[in-house]
Ligand binder design. Structure first.
Ligand SMILES: NC(=O)c1ccc[n+]([C@@H]2O[C@H](COP(=O)([O-])OP(=O)(O)OC[C@H]3O[C@@H](n4cnc5c(N)ncnc54)[C@H](O)[C@@H]3O)[C@@H](O)[C@H]2O)c1
Length: 340
């Protein structure tokens, strides 16, 4: 068990959320890294990190014996290489979602994480989003009764990003369902279990510069007779949201990840649900501070990591099944065989 966290943060665009999490936790910052000088300078100055702790080369993190916890916030296609190098160097890893984009890469990371004995956490951030955490508590308390239908969506317009053909999100392998849609899929897996069958239908009207569908609807069969639906749009003309509705025999939750409140309907003595309870949320978005705290707690206190490589792997497996179904027009049973 480690006594304290000395963090190395790789990737300083979105990865700054991990840096903020590490600082809020009180971790010592060993090194921050970005191969882009501007991104490195911006983050270094913004968070007042001394210049001797800036590096353009992530190998400096491998060679720094003090650093024991590494966050990986770089393009999805690079997760495998960097994650495995860090694990081989004995570093604990917090890796951004999706774990990787292909079965082969996912399987290699899972095996490397197992072999290393290090904590490996996939940043499935929805498991720390206050509205979704509250929903999980309501399910587990029995307040909603038995679940029978769960739905979530990932709607996020990538048009400005992928109009640059050089951007890594334009890559054929970075299908919107795996890249961003994995948030909604992971959320439903967490709330309802591993999908057993999926059927999906995709369309492509919004993002002419990419090869993959920009709108996908998937119907899913979950264990315990629960039906589910995931909708993914990466070209939608609206603001970003993950609207989510969870239906149980005794109540219903309506929430998302960007509103300050959520609605909870539960039945009264007449068996009907009248006015919803409106619950105010402390953080009305993803909670990266909590995510880092849980990662650090696994390293320092040995508390079980909630999203080890195997969990991130199963989410990718379910996403791959959705893409396969939308491509073939057939019902697909997700293949989880490479996830353990
Ligand atoms: N959890 C979430 O809600 C969420 C949101 C956005 C992005 N992400 C994930 O975070 C990761 C990064 O996404 P982003 O939006 O920051 O991408 P981005 O392209 O905006 O930024 C990536 C950064 O990584 C740097 N980088 C690339 N290769 C590097 C290398 N070899 N060494 C050091 N730095 C390198 C780039 O210079 C850039 O600054 C992706 O895996 C993405 O899927 C997660």
């Amino acid at each position: 068990m480690e006594k304290k966290i000395v963090a190395g943060i790789i990737g300083l665009e979105f990865g700054r959320a991990h840096l903020e999490g590490a600082l809020a936790y009180g971790a010592e910052i060993g090194l921050i890294c970005d191969c882009d000088e501007k991104a490195l300078k911006f983050a270094g100055e913004k968070y007042d990190i001394p210049e001797e702790k800036w590096t353009l080369d992530y190998h400096d993190i491998i060679n720094n014996k003090e650093i024991n916890a590494v966050s990986i916030g770089i393009p999805d296609q690079l997760h495998k290489q960097v994650a495995i190098e860090m694990l081989e160097a004995g570093k604990h890893v917090l890796c951004e979602k999706p774990l990787a984009l292909t079965k082969e890469d996912v399987a290699e990371i899972v095996q490397a994480a197992k072999k290393s004995g290090c904590v490996f956490m996939v940043g499935q951030i929805c498991r720390f989003t206050p509205s979704f955490v509250k929903t999980k508590e309501l399910i587990e308390s029995g307040a909603l009764g038995e679940l029978y239908f769960v739905e979530s969506e990932y709607a996020h317009d990538y048009m400005n990003i992928v109009s640059n053909k050089q951007n890594w999100r334009s890559d054929d392998a970075r299908h919107g369902v795996i890249g961003g849609g994995c948030h909604a899929v992971d959320l439903l897996r967490w709330l309802a279990g591993d999908p057993e069958e999926v059927f999906a239908y995709g369309t492509h009207k919004l993002l002419p510069t990419v090869s993959y569908d920009d709108s996908t609807i998937a119907i899913m069969k979950f264990p315990n007779d629960i039906a589910g639906k995931v909708y993914v749009s990466t070209g939608c003309k609206r603001d970003y949201t993950m609207r989510t509705v969870i239906y149980g025999t005794k109540g219903t939750v309506i929430c998302d990840n960007t509103s300050p409140t959520m609605q909870v309907f539960t039945i009264g003595e007449d068996g009907l649900a009248h006015d919803p309870e409106i619950i105010e949320l402390e953080v009305n978005n993803h909670n990266f501070v909590k995510e880092f705290e849980v990662f650090a707690d696994s390293i320092v206190n040995g508390t079980p990591c909630p999203t080890p490589a195997e969990e991130g792997a199963k989410t990718v497996a379910a996403c791959i099944a959705i893409v396969e179904s939308a491509t073939t027009g057939k019902i697909v049973k997700p293949d989880y065989s490479f996830c353990e």
